[in-house]
Design a protein around this ligand. Structure first.
Ligand SMILES: Nc1ncnc2c1ncn2[C@@H]1O[C@H](COP(=O)(O)OP(=O)(O)O)[C@@H](O)[C@H]1O
Ligand SMILES: [Mg+2]
Length: 295
């Protein structure tokens, strides 16, 4: 037996059922994009939030899952405090509609909540309840953006490894580049997937392009992979000003260069052909990672 089927029978033995019992269907669902970084503070949350608004502006239904394990970043960026988080889905009376809160322009947000790092330690029936509820999210979104914490923790890797599309954010600083490279190395070793790069806080186009070239070259030479370039975001004071006001710059600074940069990244993302929009596969993979990472 392979590891997955061993796990499956262990789960069935314990609970009498398992999320993984459900057959994978060919239905399509939202594009799941995981936004991650090697180093913290490079601009993941700002990027995720403002990209969500750009996608929404283009007529897509967008859901952000704020999966940062330490701090619920998106909430702070918006100055909101949701009543429920993802983990509240273990409660019988809490539904996915209760945990989704409405953000600007009508985007939806689910807070991971402070306890999300404990998700893998939940009893199996509770974990199953969360995963079954998460499966319903496909009815509410065309895009699901997952804002993860930085680094290579097991929980972050579970989200990353389960998503079809991964966006790594870095800045042009050598420390951030080195951490981005380490993350890409681990990610692509575990699974074969599209890794795209965003260079944030670039002084100009040239600095963005040069930073991408460095990582692209290293990926080609040492990892034998081709990293895709989604674009750069200019180092723009408007971003900081808007963070302080707790308004996304996409709305608070509509004429800013940063907003313009987000729009071109959004267009590039929308232009990309995505055939494998199988959301069920995402939840299924997530469940197998969660189950296999248990103590
Ligand atoms: N393009 C940018 N230009 C200027 N400052 C930025 C930009 N992107 C992010 N920042 C600054 O960096 C800080 C960290 O960004 P944040 O999105 O919270 O990073 P992360 O989620 O990766 O930890 C923000 O508070 C903001 O002040
Ligand atoms: Mg963040």
């Amino acid at each position: 037996m392979d590891q997955a089927s061993k796990l499956r029978s262990a789960i069935i033995k314990k609970n009498g059922y398992s999320y993984m019992d459900n057959p994978v269907t060919e239905e399509t669902g939202p594009r799941v994009i995981c936004v991650t970084s090697g180093k913290g503070g490079v601009g993941k949350s700002n990027f995720t939030l403002n990209l969500a608004l750009a996608l929404k502006q283009n007529g897509n239904r967008v859901l952000i899952i704020d999966a940062d394990l330490g701090l619920a970043n998106i909430e702070i960026l918006l100055g909101i405090s949701p009543k429920f988080g993802l983990l509240d889905l273990i409660k019988e009376e809490v539904t996915v509609e209760d945990v989704m809160i409405e953000g600007p322009l009508g985007i939806k947000i689910i807070s991971g909540g402070a306890g999300i790092s404990e998700i893998v330690d939940l009893p199996m029936d509770k974990l199953n309840k969360i995963l079954n509820s998460m499966d319903l999210l496909k009815n509410y979104a065309d895009f699901i953006l997952i804002d993860t914490g930085a680094g290579i923790s097991k929980s972050v890797m579970s989200f990353v490894a389960s998503s079809e599309e991964i966006i790594v954010v870095t800045t042009p600083e050598p420390t951030a580049i080195a951490d981005a490279y380490a993350l890409i190395k681990v990610t692509t070793k575990e699974c074969n997937k599209v890794v795209s790069l965003i260079i944030n806080k670039a002084d100009n186009k040239q600095e963005g392009d040069n930073t991408f070239d460095k990582l692209h070259l290293a990926g080609k030479r040492f990892l034998n992979i081709s990293i895709e370039y989604l674009g750069y975001i200019t180092n723009d004071r408007n971003v900081q000003t808007c963070v302080k006001k707790q308004i996304p710059f996409y709305i608070g600074a509509p004429n800013s260069i940063a907003k313009e940069d987000i729009d071109s990244i959004c267009n590039k993302l929308l232009g990309r052909k995505e055939d494998s929009k199988k959301f069920s596969t995402f939840v299924k993979k997530l469940s197998s990672f969660f189950f296999s990472n248990r103590g």
